[in-house]
Design a protein around this ligand. Structure first.
Ligand SMILES: [Zn+2]
Length: 282
């Protein structure tokens, strides 16, 4: 289901969503739904909030959210909130700020944020903020650009960005850019990787500090990761391509206003026209 979201959103940003059969995709997505209301990664797989958001995002791309029993899906997601405001990923109880973001984004797309305690959810995310300005997966855990996207995205969707020290976090995020290649990494001392052209870059945009990195060098890095012969984008130049890095490469280029691509929303990770369609419908 995550793969479907990555591939289909990349296609939409490229203006090629019509290349797939809508009814076939929608029918497969619905077959992945469990009695609980949550979605599995594929038909017959256990439900998890990770796949539930991807299923909602895929249906949103095709303007097909009306095929869902919205109350049922929203109840599944809201049922994963814990007493301290955090979210579990599924019935087995693993807790991670990724699941906070996913639940908040999913419920917002379904117009059902009122089903959770938003204040507690925000407070839990803030309890995962570190003194370097970043965020980790649980309180006290190391800052990581992927977790930062989740926490900043959840705060953006809930109108809570004022809790962030934007200069401190912006400094940590812009230090992710490698001077030589222009690529971004996820944490200090790691190699640059195309997917952080989403996780770190969208965070910089949400806190209005994107002018602190060199955008032209980042565009060149992403383009250098294309496999010109076999197509697709890899994590770094000359590696094997995959749908995950292809999507985040295209999404990063969209954030960088690369010509010929639809604009993407940095908080919802969906094309801006799709988000506007849903929000205006509110
Ligand atoms: Zn990566």
């Amino acid at each position: 289901m995550n793969g479907a979201y990555w591939g289909l959103t990349a296609l939409d940003l490229l203006g090629k969503l019509h290349a797939v059969d809508v009814e076939e995709v929608v029918s497969w997505v619905l077959q992945c739904q469990h009695d609980s209301g949550g979605f599995g990664g594929n038909i017959g797989h256990d439900p998890h909030v990770l796949y539930t958001l991807s299923a909602v995002q895929v249906l949103a791309l095709f303007d097909k959210l009306d095929v869902l029993d919205i109350e049922k899906v929203a109840s599944y997601v809201a049922g994963l909130q814990n007493e301290d405001g955090s979210f579990s990923g599924d019935m087995w109880g693993e807790i991670d700020t990724r699941f906070s973001y996913i639940s908040i984004s999913c419920l917002s797309l379904l117009h059902r944020l009122d089903k959770i305690n938003v204040e507690k959810a925000v407070n839990y995310i803030l309890s995962c903020k570190n003194h370097d300005g970043g965020f980790g997966c649980t309180p006290g855990a190391e800052s990581h650009a992927g977790q930062i996207f989740c926490c900043v995205g959840a705060l953006a969707i809930t109108g809570s960005l004022h809790h962030i020290d934007k200069d401190l976090l912006g400094w940590w995020l812009c230090e992710r850019q490698d001077n030589k290649t222009g690529g971004l990494n996820g944490r200090p001392e790691k190699l640059p990787d195309v997917c952080y052209s989403w996780w770190a870059l969208s965070s910089l945009i949400m806190i209005d500090r994107v002018h602190w990195i060199n955008k032209d060098k980042l565009i060149k890095f992403i383009l250098d990761c294309q496999d010109i012969e076999n197509r697709g984008i890899s994590d770094r130049p000359d590696d094997a391509v995959d749908v995950y890095h292809t999507y985040f490469g295209v999404a990063g280029l969209s954030l960088l206003e690369y010509p010929g691509l639809k604009a993407i929303d940095p908080a919802y990770a969906l094309p801006v026209d799709v988000v506007n369609r849903i929000i205006l419908d509110r």
